[in-house]
Design a protein around this ligand. Structure first.
Ligand SMILES: [Zn+2]
Length: 261
């Protein structure tokens, strides 16, 4: 591989106590930029014992919002501006003559914009997962392999999706990639702190009342609101689902159903 003569490169942000503990340096090339990944041995061999018994359930959806069982909501990253720029860069590339120098330049610009968006998304997910890993001893999420993440793009009677079929493909790839990565980051951050990371069966988590255990499609009158037809319990639909997820993680797969019996 060709490597430019860069001489000494100033390393921004490397913690002083890591100096001298670098095991390997991996250099990669992407979007005409060189990236160095440092593998550092921090000397810590055992995972600390976690005394935090706080449990939290997280509900993620097609809308890219994270709802937790404590009632917290994290809005998705606003990438509208960046995605518009990406489309412009792709259009510019398509207009350049094949084999020309300008085409090569436009190609790099498009790759850089793609990388920028990927980095913004990773940064967002790293911060969000760290926040939960630091404050909770047990983190429960849905097993996304079973969950059909694309269902909501079909729209409901109240909120019909515009161009549902066109949006579906894009939605599927973005949400699955993002949440897959989010859970990966969350798992290692939780486990590194001695905590527990649990994946549960996602079936009926959004249709089950967390108060009385009643399961019905009628409980979800709108996308956002949950109103139980059996006990009248009214709550934000995503918060209700997150609570069911948390309870399944603690008590087993039919926890919220057992209460109803
Ligand atoms: Zn109920």
């Amino acid at each position: 591989m060709y490597l430019p003569k860069v001489g000494w490169v100033k390393c921004k942000g490397l913690r002083e106590d890591f100096v001298g503990k670098i095991k390997t340096v991996t250099v990669s090339h992407e979007a005409n930029l060189y990236h160095a990944a440092l593998l550092i041995d921090d000397g810590i061999e055992t995972v600390p014992v976690c005394t935090n018994t706080n449990a939290i359930g997280l509900d993620v959806g097609v809308s890219l919002v994270v709802a937790d069982s404590e009632g917290g909501m994290t809005k998705p990253l606003d990438l509208v501006h960046e995605l518009t720029r990406l489309r412009v860069r792709a259009q510019q590339l398509s207009r350049k003559k094949k084999g020309s120098k300008n085409r090569a330049k436009a190609k790099v610009k498009l790759a850089k914009q793609n990388l920028r968006i990927a980095n913004m998304r990773k940064d967002f997910l790293h911060k969000l997962s760290l926040q939960y890993a630091e404050n909770q001893g047990i983190v429960v999420v849905e097993d996304l392999k079973i969950k059909n993440m694309t269902k909501a793009t079909k729209g409901t009677v109240e909120t019909p999706a515009k161009n549902a079929s066109a949006k579906r493909g894009l939605n599927r790839s973005i949400t699955q990639q993002s949440w897959g990565l989010f859970f990966e980051l969350l798992e290692y951050k939780v486990k590194a702190r001695g905590g527990k990371f649990v994946k549960v069966d996602p079936r009926h988590t959004s249709q089950t009342c967390n108060c009385c255990g009643h399961v019905s499609k009628e409980n979800r009158l709108t996308q956002a609101k949950f109103v139980c037809t059996a006990c009248g319990h009214s709550v934000n639909a995503d918060t209700n689902a997150a609570k069911n997820i948390r309870d399944r993680g603690i008590h087993g797969s039919n926890a919220s159903l057992k209460i109803a019996v």
